[in-house]
Design a protein around this ligand. Sequence first.
Ligand code: IMP
Length: 426
Amino acid sequence: MPAYAVIGGQWGDEGKGKIIDYLARDASAVARYSGGNNAGHTVINDAGTFKLHLVPSGICWPHVTNIIGNGVVVDPDVLLGEINELNLTPEKLVVSDRAHLILPYHVELDRLEEARRGNDAIGTTGRGVGPAYLDKVNRTGLRAGELLDPEDLATRLPAIVEFKNEVLTKIYGADPVDIEDIFRASLRWATELGPYIKPAEYFIAEALESGENLILEGAQGALLDLDHGSYPYVTSSNPTVGGALSGVGIGPRAFAGVAGVFKAYTTRVGAGPFPTELLDEVGEKIRTIGKEVGTTTGRARRVGWFDGVAGRYSAKINGFDALIITKLDILDGFDTVKVCVAYEIDGERTENFPIDSALLARSKPIYEEFPGWSGSTAGITRREDIPANAMAYIHFIEDILGVKASVISSGPRREETVVLKDIIPR
Ligand code: IMP
C-alpha cells in the first residue's frame, strides 16, 4: 500500500477536505496524522455536506477505512458527536490507541492561557489542542488506549487532575474540575469509543503490505507547523511531512507521493504575521466571494495574495512532488492578480522565509502582477476550459514553487475538479 500525503502548504484552510474526498476514490484507507478538532474539513458530494473536525475526509466512500492516527489529539465527546451524526461503525473508523485525549481541563486551560497572553494571544481555536499536546510532551497525557483499562486509569488520573486543579485555582483563579466527573466520563467513553480504539500501526502495516493506497490526511498547514511555521503563532503539532510519518507510524519508504494543497491566494486565521495580507477592498472582495469564514470557529479569515516566498519554503520543507491549487474560481473576473516573489526586510531583498516572526512582520511583499481572466472557471472539469491567463498564473506558481500542478479545484463539490496529472496512478 503506497502512502500519499496530502499536506496544507499555507496557513491551513486550503481545501484539503474536498481534495481528500476526491482522491479517496482510489484509496482503501485515509489516515489523519496531526492536530485535533481545531481543524474543519468540509466535504461536499452527492451524499450531502459534511463538516468534519476529527473524522478523516475519506468517510463518504464505502470502500475506505478511516484512521485517526496516534499523532492526533482526540476530544472524545467531539468524536462521539461525529460518529453519531455520520452513523459510523468500527469497520469504517479506527482510532489509534496511542492518540492522546483532550480532556475538559485542556479546553478550560486553552481559554485561560489565551486570555493571559493578552495582546500576544495566538488566536487559538480554543479546543484544548495546545494544552493536550503539552501534556503529551510532559508525559502527563492520557491516551485513548488507557480508557480500556479503567483500573489503571483510576490509579493515574488523581495525580494528574490534582495538579491541573492546582494550576486552575492557584494560577488562574478558576474553578477546579471534578475528578469524579472525569472518571465517570472516561467509563462512558470506554464503552462508546472502545470498539473503535485499536493499535492502528498494525492495521496500517498490514494494509501497506496488501498493495492498496493509503492517503495521509494533513490538518492545518505547513506555516502553522510547530517547528517550521511562523512561531510562536503556530499550532502545537507538525502538519508537515515528518508529522505524517510519526503521526501514523510508517517509514519513509512507504511514501509514493507528497502533495501540497495551496489556495490560489492566501488566508490566515488567528494572530501572527501575514506579509501579503490585503486590508483593503480587494481583500474584502476575495473574503466575500471565497466565503472565507472559519469552519471551526466561524471567525472571518484574513485574506491576501498568493505568497510565493512562503510557498517555496513550504514546498522545500515538505518535498512536495505535486501541487494542488484550490479556489481558482474565486479569482475569476479580477482585472489583475498578484503573486509575492520576494520580501523586502529592512531594505534588503530576500527570497527566503524568515525564522523570526518579528522579521516576518516587517517583510514587505514584492509582487509580480498578472492580467486577470474573463469568463468563469467555477465548476470546470476540463483542462481546456482553464482560460489562458489563469493557466499562465498557474504556471507562474509552479515555477516559483518548483512543483508541477496536478489538480486544480474549481469549486467545493467533489466533481468540480480538473485533473492535469493523476496524483494516485489509476
Ligand atoms: P490551535 O491549533 O487551536 O492551538 O491554534 C493555533 C493557531 O493555529 C491559531 O492561529 C489558529 O487560528 C490556527 N489554526 C489551528 N487550526 C487551524 C485550521 O484548521 N485552519 C486554520 N488555522 C488553524
